[in-house]
Design a protein. Structure first.
Length: 253
């Protein structure tokens, strides 16, 4: 049994985008639905084309192996799901879950050409539509800032993991250095949104990226995320940081 805790939102209410916490889910889903077809292009721009390689290495480092049953929470356009399907092979399976219908449509298209089996499911990370001890590996890539309650989400991830199963959370963290903060803020809040508006002609995708930065800037500290993972009953909780920005949180059920 894990202790009961009050809600731990990943960031404060961002009143520039929605008035109260109850409106947040609808706002996020609509924003992602309208931006889904631009999302892979934006990701490529943000990562200078290295995003898939980084994600694959992170999956392997965290212990993903052939034959595993995998859950990708907040799968977006299915980039991580497809990489995981390639790693687990024909004997494994990936379930890709997201609340956004637009994102799931992109995932389904990617799944049709993926190397392995991908099951596309609409749902929330805080209320997973899966049985207990269903998966060997749960991953969430850059979507932690979009759940409503970290305690509830982590408890759910722990519930659906088999004993000894692995959890991997990929996130972009606010840099600790002043220079790093200024550079990342300028790039994500101004450069990427401007290029998105000019080259994709999508005001929704531009807004998504400005909002994306706001969630990073106001996200709870890494120490709070690590503590919440422990409190959910997970073990071997750790954080690995690359370039002062990219955080890989790992844990074991």
């Amino acid at each position: 049994m894990t202790e009961q805790h009050g809600p731990l939102p990943p960031h404060q209410v961002l009143t520039e985008y929605y008035a109260e916490a109850a409106q947040r889910r609808t706002y996020i889903d609509q924003l992602f639905d309208r931006s889904a077809r631009h999302y892979d292009w934006i990701n490529g721009l943000m990562s200078f084309g290295s995003g898939r390689r980084y994600r694959r290495l992170a999956l392997l480092r965290a212990g993903l192996k052939p034959g595993m049953q995998v859950l990708d929470v907040g799968c977006g356009t299915g980039v991580i799901a497809a990489l995981a399907a390639d790693i687990v092979g024909a004997q494994g399976q990936v379930s890709a879950l997201d609340p956004s219908a637009g994102m799931l449509a992109e995932t389904a298209q990617r799944a049709s050409t993926a190397a392995g089996s991908i099951n596309v499911v609409q749902g929330l990370g805080e209320s997973l539509p899966f049985a207990d001890a269903r998966f060997d590996f749960v991953v969430m890539g850059y979507a932690l800032r979009h759940v409503a309650d970290l305690h509830q989400a982590f408890t759910e991830y722990r519930r659906v993991l088999k004993p000894g199963g692995r959890l991997l959370l990929l996130e972009i963290s606010r840099p600790e250095s002043r220079l790093g903060y200024v550079v990342l803020k300028g790039y994500l809040k101004h450069v990427i949104p401007t290029l998105t508006r000019l080259l994709r002609r999508s005001p929704e995708a531009q807004t998504l990226m400005v909002y994306y930065w706001a969630t990073i800037e106001h996200c709870v500290e890494p120490a709070a995320i690590l503590a919440a993972l422990h409190e959910a009953g997970l073990e071997q909780v750790a954080r690995r940081v690359e370039l002062g920005v990219f955080s890989d949180y790992t844990a074991q059920a």
